[in-house]
Structures are given as C-alpha cells and as structure tokens.
Ligand binder design. Structure first.
Ligand code: CA
Length: 362
C-alpha cells in the first residue's frame, strides 16, 4: 500500500471486505453534511506539523463517508497563528491546531498542554494526558476559554539551539541575544541571556546580520530547512525547555455539542492518530537530517552542566512562585509534579539502562 493512499483513507477501502466499504457510506447518508474550518497556528512550510491537520481532515472525511468535511487554513489565512485559541473559543472558526504554550499570557498553566522546562518526554506527556489525569485537568482549564482540546502531535525532545560561538560555561551566556520564546526564554533571562521572540521566517536574517547570537527552533529536520547551520555551527542539546512538546487540536464547545455522536467519534479517533503520526514522522526524519547537518560541518555540543543545573533551579523556583499566586497553575502543577517525579523514577531504571547500553557501550 502506498503511504499516500494510507493517509488519504483510500487505502482503507482496499483492505476492507467489499460489502463493508460500500455499506458504511450508505448509512452515513442519513447524517447531516457538515463543513468546518480549521485554523492552524503553523505555516505550510512546517510540513510535519502543518501536515497532521490535513491528515486529520482526510481521516474525518473518510470515516464519515465524506459527510463531515474540515478545510485547513495555514497561519494567517484565517487568523494570525497566535490567535487560534481566541478564534476557536469565540466561534470565528470551529476548530484549530495550536500549542498551549503560545497562550501563557492568558494563563501560565496552559503550558502544561504543550511543554514546560524540565517537564515530560513525549511518551510521558502521552501517559499523563491519556492515562494520568492530564487531559481532564486541562479540559477544566480550557473550558474557561470555550474550547475542548485533544492532544495533536509531538515533536519529541527538541534541540537546544544554534550558537555562533561555543558556550563552555554559564558565564558565556551573559548578555547573549537568543531567539527563545516562552517560559524557556524567561528562564534563560534569569541566566543572563537577553531572550528574543521572533517568528520562524525572521530568525535566519537576524542571525545572519548578528542581531542575535543564537536561536532555537525545533530539531534537525525543521532547522535544516531554515538553514541556521550556514551561519551558526554550534548545535546544542538538549532543548531542556521542550522535552516533549505536544500540540493540540481545539474545538469550539458549541460546535462540538452540535456534532452527531458518530462525527465526534471520528474526530477524536483522527486526533489520536494525528498525535501518533507527527511523533513518528519526526522520529523517522530527524536522524537522517542530523547526519546531513553533521556532514556539513555542524558541531554538536551538550549544554554545560552548570547551565543545566542553574536552569533547572530557576525553573522550579518559577513554578513554586506561580503556584503560590495562580490557583489554576497550582491545581495542575501539584499532581503533574508527582506524576513527573514518579515517571522519572521508573524511566531511569529500565528505559535509561536500555538506552545507555545500546547508545553508548561499544
Ligand atoms: Ca522550540
């Protein structure tokens, strides 16, 4: 089966008994034709991230006999990329694809729907969301914004960014201008960095003319396309502020209530598929991209330990201070922290031993 056929749903008919493939659309003809619009926070150039919205739309259509259609719009086509939560909440559009940490200006607790520094890996985020109480806790928070959310993809641990000069200790960060948005930027500021928030397209020119000294984006596959390696040769890991950032599909609460139950089931299943698909694509595409970058002279470095330790200390000071004044944050942070600490205890026993032996022992 061709991969494209599989994603389009055309492949599904090929593996079903003939009768089943024909009977389902017949029954679905009794259901209303519904058209939704999906506002993505992302540009088409991020094919992996943007692409899962298109695969979601194709799967929903295929599962409903083409009765439930979702048209996908890139960032800026329907609404600006950072206004997707508002647009879905107020009904400007029925659904969207975005990242919770874009909206920390509304409530810092929304970042738990995506990534917080020194937080969960992609697998642990899925465990917390689907089986550890995370989804329920975050849905209580999102309800305040008129939105129902579903996990919608993960990049896996991101890289720690591109630097024009090597960073050998915490002192080397002092005064450095780095493109790093969100809570990661707030923590970097505590370490002496001057954080900048720039959209993807503006990073390369800023780095090229020396307006910034460093920049983080995603990981090898996406970073290679933006060409940072042509200017900054030092590529750091790990992206400790994004250990497993998860994106989300947002649905307007009233639009959701108006959907026939079978369409809700199709949408929810398609979200779960998209959530898995994005991580799989990154895990398949990042390894060869990293090899290509190293082949072009990129030097890989781990963040110095004093930087990591200072960043982690500053991070948990920030969480504790926020929990003391923000009840929404405290309500999610406290059980999240217990889940995280317990997960880390388990992962360091078995997963870490397996990884350490296989990755490092010759
Ligand atoms: Ca990033």
């Amino acid at each position: 089966m061709q991969r494209r056929d599989f994603l389009s749903g055309a492949g599904l008919a090929a593996v079903l008994p003939l009768g089943a493939a024909q009977a389902a659309p017949e029954a679905l003809k009794q259901l209303p034709a519904i058209r939704w619009r999906l506002a993505s926070s992302f540009p088409k150039s991020l094919d992996t991230i943007f692409g899962v919205s298109e695969s979601l739309a194709r799967r929903v259509a295929a599962l409903t006999g083409e009765r439930f259609q979702i048209r996908v719009f890139a960032a800026g086509e329907l609404v600006p990329g950072l206004q997707v939560l508002d647009a879905v909440g107020n009904g400007t559009t029925e659904c969207g694809h975005s990242a919770g940490y874009y909206y920390v200006g509304k409530n810092l607790a929304l970042a738990f729907d995506c990534a917080v520094p020194f937080g969960l890996t992609a697998r642990q985020q899925s465990a917390w969301m689907y089986a550890g109480g995370g989804l329920e806790a975050l849905r209580t928070l999102y309800a305040k914004y008129g939105v129902l959310q579903f996990p919608g993809g993960n990049t896996g641990a991101q890289m720690g960014g591109w630097f024009r000069k090597r960073i050998k200790s915490l002192a080397d960060l002092k005064g450095l201008k780095m493109r790093i948005p969100g809570i990661g930027g707030q923590i970097m500021a505590k370490l002496g960095v001057v954080p900048q928030t720039l959209p993807g397209a503006d990073i390369y020119p800023a780095l090229e003319r020396g307006a910034i000294d460093a920049a983080e984006w995603v990981g090898p596959y996406d970073d290679e396309k933006l060409g940072f390696h042509k200017i900054a040769k030092h590529y750091y890991y790990p992206g400790w502020w994004e250990g497993g950032p998860q994106l989300a599909f947002y649905v307007n609460q009233a639009a959701w209530r108006a959907l026939p139950e079978i369409y809700r089931q199709a949408f929810e299943a398609a979200c779960a598929e998209a959530n898995q698909l994005m991580l799989a694509q990154y895990d398949a595409r990042n390894p060869p991209a990293l090899l290509r970058l190293v082949g072009q002279g990129v030097q890989l470095h781990a963040y110095p330990k004093d930087v990591m330790l200072a960043a982690r200390r500053a991070t948990f000071e920030l969480y504790e201070a926020e929990a003391a004044t923000n009840p929404d944050f405290a309500a999610i942070y406290r059980p999240w922290k217990t889940f995280r600490d317990t997960a880390f205890q388990w992962f360091k026993v078995n997963e870490a031993a397996y990884a350490n032996f296989n990755y490092f022992v010759k």
